[in-house]
Design a protein around this ligand. Structure first.
Ligand SMILES: *[C@@H]1O[C@H](CO)[C@@H](O)[C@H](O)[C@H]1NC(C)=O
Ligand SMILES: *[C@@H]1O[C@H](CO)[C@@H](O)[C@H](O)[C@H]1NC(C)=O
Length: 201
């Protein structure tokens, strides 16, 4: 074919010489394109899986935002009242929001409460039947007394230094607390599945 068309003009020759070569080049290009496309698809799937599993892993350590007027710290949400009242009213206020007067479970939480309260005094969720009885949280679990509570009364509040006790009719602000929503527990099975598939890559 090539030989037969040789005498044709320069323009024709150029075309003729190129065209037998072209299909081979074309197949080669197709092959390269297919291989590259395949590689791109595989890489993007791998990437998106790994990104998604990293998102899931980071969600594992975070919590839903606390509601309006509530402040998140660690795995709890806290509400600092602006009104003042007696202990009973304060506890009822928290209970109507399906929460309790504030509880702290470690020194970080207590230090956060103390930092955030400023100079005001706030009721928290510790009470006792008498000075001879142990302090208890609102769910009746015993307070471990790692941070001592001053005074001989039956209801505890945060004062400027640490924790003191007062009579229930004392008038002050209050703090409610509740556990934060469980993005953590709800997402664990999905997250660990994706971590596994990411490790496979
Ligand atoms: C006692 O309670 C405090 C604060 O609530 C906490 O930091 C500490 O780890 C607890 N100690 C024990 C032995 O449970
Ligand atoms: C607590 O405060 C509420 C609302 O101000 C009041 O109705 C109630 O009688 C008070 N209770 C005590 C024990 O002082």
């Amino acid at each position: 074919m090539l030989v037969k068309l040789m005498p044709v003009k320069l323009q024709g020759l150029t075309l003729t010489v190129v065209s037998p070569v072209f299909p081979a080049g074309l197949y080669c290009c197709y092959a390269v394109i297919i291989v590259l496309t395949g590689a791109v698809i595989v890489l993007s799937v791998a990437l998106s899986l790994s990104v998604r599993s990293q998102e899931q892993v980071s969600i594992k350590n975070t919590y839903a935002p606390c509601g309006r007027d509530w402040i998140g710290f660690g795995n709890k949400c806290f509400y600092f009242s602006e009104d003042t009242s007696n202990w009973t009213f304060s506890q009822n206020f928290c209970m109507e929001l399906k929460t309790q007067l504030a509880r702290f479970d470690n020194l970080e939480e207590l230090n956060f409460l103390r930092r955030y309260k400023g100079t005001f005094e706030y009721w928290i969720g510790l009470h006792r039947e008498s000075p001879q009885h142990p302090w208890r949280w609102m769910d009746n679990t015993e307070y471990n007394s790692s941070v001592p509570i001053r005074g001989v009364e039956k209801h505890a509040y945060l004062n400027n230094k640490w924790i003191s006790s007062a009579r229930s009719y004392a008038d002050m602000r209050w703090i409610c607390s509740m556990p934060n929503s469980c993005i953590l527990q709800c997402q664990i099975p999905f997250a660990s599945f994706l971590s596994l598939s990411r490790d496979a890559f």
